[in-house]
Design a protein around this ligand. Sequence first.
Ligand SMILES: O=C(O)CCC(=O)C(=O)O
Ligand SMILES: [Fe+2]
Length: 362
Amino acid sequence: MEMTPYQLANNTPLTLTPKFTLPKAERPNLSEVLPSDSIPIIDLNDHDIDDGQGPSPLVSKISQACEEYGFFHIINHGVPKELCQKVLVVASEFFQLPPEERAQYLSKDHRKQVKVFSYYRKYEGIGKVTMWSETFSHPWHPTEDFTHLLPTNPPQYREVFAEYARAIGVLFDRLLSLISRGLGLDEDCLKRRIGEKPGLNTQANYYPVCPDPELTMGLPDHNDLGSITVLLQVEGVTGLQVIKDGKWLTVDPVPDAFVINLADQTQVLSNGKFKSVRHRAVTNKLLPRLSLGMFYNPNYDTVIGPIEDLIDEKHPPKYRKYSFKEYMEEFYRQEGKRRVIEAFELPRTLRTCFCFLKNKIK
Ligand SMILES: O=C(O)CCC(=O)C(=O)O
Ligand SMILES: [Fe+2]
């Protein structure tokens, strides 16, 4: 049965024309992707009192997951199930609006706060290939600054989103504090280092049904930019994959869970102890998929670099200090390659020198 293709906001039908087809070497190779059984599921209700001997069982589990995977699920996270369902409904209704209604948000200008766009990658000899998805992105806090820019259709969008953002704000504080303690730091350390007035953005990714998922990608492989990401995915439709020991693993949705993934700034702040993991989203033949990421980024003026308490002779700094503005300039310079922190790595010879200078660079 022929399906009617999804109409992107720019009124292009999403079909397997060369514009949306990946060169052979870049295809997802789905038969080689492994199942996700091993990705940790962490219960936030676990025992969380430090007993004076070491971190609480909850903090130990989190820090182990951050070190080994940089990716984990959380359950019993305190965000009501109904609220998660409601936010997925309004986000998915948004993508069902007629293309001309979504088109008012179309923009390639990265400074624009509220925008609809599609990811693409440039390939040598081929040029741009557009990914099999559409993304709607906007800030999630402080709501009074941007709510008037959000859609009035679907009618509940603004209200549901504001409620979801409040709940996720509380969750971010808890996660940042658990991850900070997992690094052996005080609970406010990470949040303090990510700094004042963080850039809080959300991204709803819609992946329409694809006649041949082997030929396309929903979202190409990348690392997230900020500190941590809280991702909600619709249940029953897979698509997210992460790389572990050189192999792609699927991250199947776990009921009532969020996926937490560490992003580049946490890898740098932790001096490489905690991993920002490469991930991607593939497409599906039978069902469309929707994911909703909530991001917590430093603002442009914040200076990021390995936290001094984590540096000693055995752990010389792996990265130089940079402002988040510099990081983003590098990000845009790479045009989607998204291997940004590699540009801030210190050459090995310099790392040990920095140790001698430790007191000076504080
Ligand atoms: O759709 C997904 O599961 C992945 C989304 C993602 O990686 C992102 O928005 O950064
Ligand atoms: Fe991501």
